[in-house]
Write a protein that binds this ligand. Structure first.
Ligand SMILES: O=C(CO)[C@H](O)[C@H](O)COP(=O)(O)O
Length: 226
C-alpha cells in the first residue's frame, strides 16, 4: 500500500468509532478527507443523525456536499469526538499539526472535545518531534518583527508562501514554519512560543490525543494514548 492507501485505510477505520447522535469535530487534511468521505457514506446508508463541527472551511464544504450537517462550534454545547490527522506523533503521543494551516481551529475544536482520535499513516510516527517544521499562526500586523525575533532565538523561521503571496489561514492570519530540528522539550518550547506577542497559536498539540489509528502495511493499528 502507498501512503494514500494507508491514509484511506485509517480514514475508513476511524468512522467505525462514530455513533448515531454524536456531535463530531472534523479535522483537516488529506487523511481527514478520506474519513469525511467514509462518514458521508455511513450517514447516507445508515441515515445517521450526526452533527459536524469543521476545523476549516474546506472540510465544512466537503462535509456539506456529502449531506453531513455542519454547525459552528459556538452553536453546540459539547463535542463527543474529534477525528483529525497529524504531521508527527512522538513516543509520548505528543504531536505536531498545522501542515494544512488549520491548527488554530483544530486546537480549539480538540480542547473542546470529550475524545480525540488522530489518524495517520505510519510515516508520521517518530521518536522525537521536529523533523516536520513546526507551524505558527501569526497576526499579519508586525509579523516581520515576529519572524526576526524567532530568528534571533535560533528557530530558523520561514513564512509559508504560495508563490509571492503569504498562505492565509481561515482566520486570515499568516503561517511561520520553524525549521528547528529535534524538539527535546516540547512543553518548554510551547511555553516559550505562547509568550511571543503576535503568535496566535503554535502547532504543538500536547496531551490532546486519546487514541491514534496508524495505517500500517498489515492493517490499521489502534494505539491508546491516555
Ligand atoms: O494539521 C493538519 C492541518 O492543519 C493536518 O491534520 C496535518 O497536516 C496532516 O495532514 P495530512 O493528513 O494531509 O497528512
Amino acid at each position: 500500500m502507498d501512503q494514500n492507501q494507508l491514509k484511506e485505510l485509517v480514514g475508513k477505520e476511524a468512522v467505525k468509532f462514530v455513533e448515531d447522535g454524536m456531535i463530531l469535530g472534523l479535522g483537516t487534511g488529506s487523511t481527514v478527507k478520506y474519513m469525511v468521505d467514509a462518514l458521508g457514506e455511513r450517514v447516507k446508508n445508515e441515515h445517521l443523525s450526526i452533527v459536524g463541527v469543521a476545523t476549516s472551511d474546506r472540510t465544512a464544504k466537503q462535509a456539506e456536499s456529502l449531506g453531513i450537517e455542519i454547525k459552528q462550534l459556538d452553536e453546540v454545547d459539547h463535542l463527543d469526538l474529534t477525528i483529525d490527522g497529524a504531521d508527527e506523533i512522538d513516543d509520548h503521543f505528543q504531536g505536531i499539526k498545522g501542515g494544512g494551516a488549520a491548527h488554530l481551529w483544530e486546537k480549539i475544536v480538540a480542547i473542546n472535545s470529550t475524545k480525540n482520535i488522530w489518524i495517520v499513516d505510519e510515516s508520521k510516527m517518530v521518536h522525537t518531534l521536529g523533523k516536520f517544521p513546526l507551524p505558527l499562526e501569526v497576526i499579519p500586523f508586525g509579523s516581520t518583527h515576529v519572524l526576526e525575533k524567532l530568528d534571533k532565538m535560533g528557530f530558523r523561521p520561514e513564512f509559508r508562501m504560495n508563490g509571492d503571496e503569504h498562505v492565509l489561514t481561515d482566520s486570515k492570519n499568516y503561517i511561520i514554519d520553524l525549521h528547528m530540528g529535534e524538539i527535546e522539550d516540547p512543553e518548554k518550547l510551547a511555553n516559550t512560543l505562547n509568550g511571543i506577542v503576535g503568535v496566535v497559536e503554535h502547532g504543538l498539540f500536547l496531551n490532546v490525543v486519546n487514541e491514534v489509528i496508524v495505517g500500517r502495511q498489515d492493517g490499521p493499528e489502534v494505539l491508546h494514548a491516555r
